[in-house]
Write a protein of this length. Sequence first.
Length: 260
Amino acid sequence: MRATNRRTGRMIFETCFVGLQAGPVECSHGVTLNATDTVNSSELDAILVPGSWAESAHHVEKALATYANLVKGLSVRSSRRHLWSYCTGVCLLAASGPLNDQPATVTWWLAEAMVKRYNKVHWQSEHNCVFNERTATASGVNGYLPIAQTLIERNVSPEVLRDLIKLMVLSRPALPHTVFNATSLIEQPGKLLRKLHILLEQMPAEQITVKALAGTLGMSERTLARKVRNETGLAIGAYARRVKLSQVGERITLTSVRSA
């Protein structure tokens, strides 16, 4: 965030540490951080909840009990505040409630436990980062990076983000198998395919028909089929199957929960 401010010459982002109360917070390994504000401060635009060290779902359960007061604090609704988290910190957001009825992701080895424990969340563990209107979640210990990159791209510009990735030597995303290149949401060239991609991920496979898709997207079946073929070179049925196969393949890899 500081690099973004320096690159643009403007104070776009300002960060601080917050806690249940303002003041020193004792962390792991003897580190003490100074919280300058509380999690429910009206001055905050967003809170990023980091992960904590855990080696199993049982460790996460113990952490949720330890941080019960924090979970309670994060559950307080605010019309202004955004809530973001990554790695095991996503479990704190799930426990506090703001992810209910929202798409979210989590670190792969926690996917099955989270699907079972927080079934009101629309888990999409096949994604490494999921942004909603007021929440964002990312997987992995470096999950803060895709969250920050999305913020910079949306609030500043893609050009500035590319500069920062180059100057800060940030890792580039891994390439998927070529058969699924067309199924990555970020690779969709137009708004229609992005909307269609999200819709396909949300719908059970047995409910997917051209009629249902076209009706939801507000166009005729023929128009939808023509536009999908023009942009992808695929019939809409083939495109839908490819998206669902990619999605289900990831879920089978990460969980034992039945996929549809």
